[in-house]
Write a protein that binds this ligand. Structure first.
Ligand SMILES: Cc1cc2nc3c(=O)[nH]c(=O)nc-3n(C[C@H](O)[C@H](O)[C@H](O)COP(=O)(O)OP(=O)(O)OC[C@H]3O[C@@H](n4cnc5c(N)ncnc54)[C@H](O)[C@@H]3O)c2cc1C
Length: 582
């Protein structure tokens, strides 16, 4: 085992991880010589953030009618009142500075005629405040952050290092364990402070817009360490995933005016959100599409056996499409041979985002079951649940969450190091050897048994796709829980076909599957217990929101391999919940 010493170890190099690293180095300016390790299981710039398309919300034009209050209201109403309102209030104020800052770092925002930054409509907004760079916003943001990070010396990157666990003893963070994928060597990142910025878990489903690397490892790592996960049953389905695999067709398409039409050529959103139409929030549009399909107004796709509706952009005209949605045109052409200039795209809801995540406080400090922070551990971005997005995130509020929380967490980490001058922790020998034995002895070294990683993964994806989808019922969720438990049992018996150490993806996938099974269990069981419909959690057997019993966050903890649940209040500081109509 190799020990690597750093003041701060950041797991994840998406927008949240990179922004955190920059903030720490930028605050330090070499004063304390804080050394940062930036760790990613894939090549740094391949992090899922790079594929964010449509935009990043912030208040830029109060003189034209936008305001912090309006953005906070949109976010809280969008969350179906499950967001913590003090966190939202802080978030909306910090988003503006991030837009200006990353512009200086090189993001080429689209411009108005007069040269000022342009913004566009997104679902659930009362003002067009999604700031964008064509339909490749995440790519340009990632590039600007990466270029900025290169200006600093005091950091090292560890691409293709797979983090397997977080070590915490007596409420103190002590580092991360990892596998160097190139050599298969076991590593201990010993650090004074740690940040988990590992993104979401779209890969639990078959149809998802999220990257192959979005397997929710950070959730699993925290959960295995006995830390609580919050609100995991709220999984966002983006309405417009390209059939068959769910590749994202950005909401910006509807922001630019695209229509949703059913098999009769009807703009069906008039039945579900008459005032906002296609620009209602994602949960509402996803349900509308599924309703159309369930009631026989979808279109059958022979190749995939899936039903879909159409996303129609023909009326936007070639010039506007080329200027504002070039990537979407390219996706249509490359994947389906369809030119959106003269044909509509077949779409259906696709898994896109996890509203839930690692339970943190308003500063991103990771909380323990007793509600106090782990000393020296933070989480940011999609891995964390603060909670800003409650039961449903608004489009264009994901990238800004990463930027704002990268800033907040980076600051908080630096203050901790500056004020408390923590020392390197003692080597937690028992924890390290137990982890090494789990990976190399019990998983890689297993001779007997016969379960195949990919078979189990496929069965898991099918289960989630079938029983834990846009619409849920108690009996289907029960079936999901039973099946997931069966898969967890079978997982104990997995056997790898690749037994080598070098770039052993079979081993990586096995470890990921372990996390995925646990997370799926938390999601399905949490959804079964929540007997109401709120935001992205829609129960056909409990169709109404029930504030009297369920205006609360779900907290899931691991106990004996099974999740156990408790609930904590939502912080309501500004607006009492009202009916959510658009
Ligand atoms: C297709 C798509 C389009 C989107 N478009 C928008 C948009 O237009 N606007 C918007 O606001 N939001 C958008 N979102 C949402 C938003 O982009 C994401 O929520 C956000 O980028 C997540 O960033 P992150 O930094 O939390 O993690 P990610 O970018 O997902 O990065 C995760 C990082 O963690 C690392 N990691 C994970 N597990 C391990 C491990 N075990 N060991 C080591 N490293 C690990 C990965 O290597 C990676 O570096 C979009 C999302 C998708 C999927």
């Amino acid at each position: 085992m190799e020990t690597l010493d750093y003041d701060v170890a950041i797991v994840g190099t998406g927008l949240a991880g990179l922004r955190t690293a920059i903030e720490i180095l930028r605050k330090d300016k070499g004063r304390l010589g804080v050394k940062v390790a930036v760790i990613s299981k894939i090549y740094l710039m391949r992090s899922h953030s790079v594929s964010a398309e449509g935009g990043t919300s912030a208040v830029l034009y109060p003189e034209e009618g936008d305001s912090f209050e309006l953005m906070a209201w949109d976010t809280i109403k969008g969350s179906d009142f499950l967001a913590d309102q003090d966190a939202v209030w802080r978030f909306v104020h910090l988003a503006t500075q991030e837009i200006r800052l990353i512009e200086r770092w090189g993001v080429p925002w689209n411009r108005r005629e007069d040269g000022r930054i342009e913004q566009r409509w997104f679902g659930g907004l009362s003002f067009p405040r999604a700031t964008y760079a064509q339909d490749k916003t995440g790519f340009f943001e990632m590039r600007a952050l990466y270029d900025t990070l290169l200006k600093y010396d005091n950091w090292d990157r560890f691409d293709e290092n797979f983090v397997t666990s977080v070590v915490i003893e007596n409420g103190q963070f002590k580092g991360f364990t990892a596998i160097d994928l190139r050599t298969g060597n076991f590593r201990y990142f010993r650090a004074k402070a740690g940040v988990i910025a590992t993104g979401g878990a779209g890969q639990l489903y078959r149809i998802t817009s999220m990257a192959a690397s979005s397997t929710g490892d950070g959730y699993g790592i925290a959960y295995n360490a006995g830390l609580p996960l919050k609100d995991m049953e709220f999984v966002q389905f983006h309405p417009t995933g390209l059939v068959p695999r769910g590749l994202l067709i950005t909401e910006a398409a509807r922001g630019e005016g695209a229509y949703l039409i059913n098999k009769d050529g009807e703009r069906f959103m008039k039945r579900y959100a008459p005032s906002k139409m296609e620009l209602a929030p994602r949960d509402i549009v996803s349900r509308a599409i599924m309703k159309e399909i369930m009631e026989g107004r979808g279109i059958y796709d022979e190749h995939s056996g899936l039903y879909h509706v159409w996303l129609d952009m023909r009326h936007l005209g070639k010039e506007r499409i080329e200027e504002k949605l070039p990537f979407i045109r390219e996706i249509g052409l490359k994947y389906l041979g369809i030119d959106i200039v003269d044909q509509p795209l077949p779409i259906r809801p696709t898994v896109h985002y996890n509203m839930g995540g690692i339970h943190t406080d308003i500063d991103g400090k990771v909380l323990m079951a007793n509600g106090t922070p782990v000393r020296g551990l933070w989480a940011a971005g999609e891995a964390a649940c603060v909670s800003i997005h409650g039961a449903n995130r608004l489009g264009s509020n994901g990238t800004n969450d990463c930027l704002v929380y990268g800033y907040i967490v980076g600051n908080d980490v630096y203050n901790y190091i500056e004020r408390e001058r923590p020392q390197y922790p003692d080597q937690p020998r028992t924890a390290l050897s137990a982890e090494e034995d789990r990976i190399f002895g019990r998983i890689l070294g297993r001779e007997s048994g016969g379960e195949d990683v990919y078979q189990l993964r496929n069965e898991l994806k099918d289960t989630m796709e079938r029983y834990v989808h846009v619409y849920r019922t108690g009996s289907e969720l029960e079936k999901a829980v039973v099946k997931i438990k069966e898969l967890k049992e079978r997982y104990k018996n997995i056997r790898l076909t690749d037994r080598s150490r070098t770039f052993n993806y079979n081993l990586q996938h096995a470890l990921e599957l372990g996390f995925m099974l646990d997370i799926a269990h938390v999601i399905a069981q949490g959804a079964l217990l929540r007997t109401e419909s709120r935001g992205a959690h829609a129960r056909l057997d409990y169709p109404n929101r029930d504030d009297e019993h369920w205006l609360k966050h779900t907290i899931a903890l691991r106990s004996d391999g099974e999740p156990s649940f408790s609930y904590i209040p939502v912080r309501i500081t500004m607006w009492k919940p009202v009916a959510r109509v658009y």
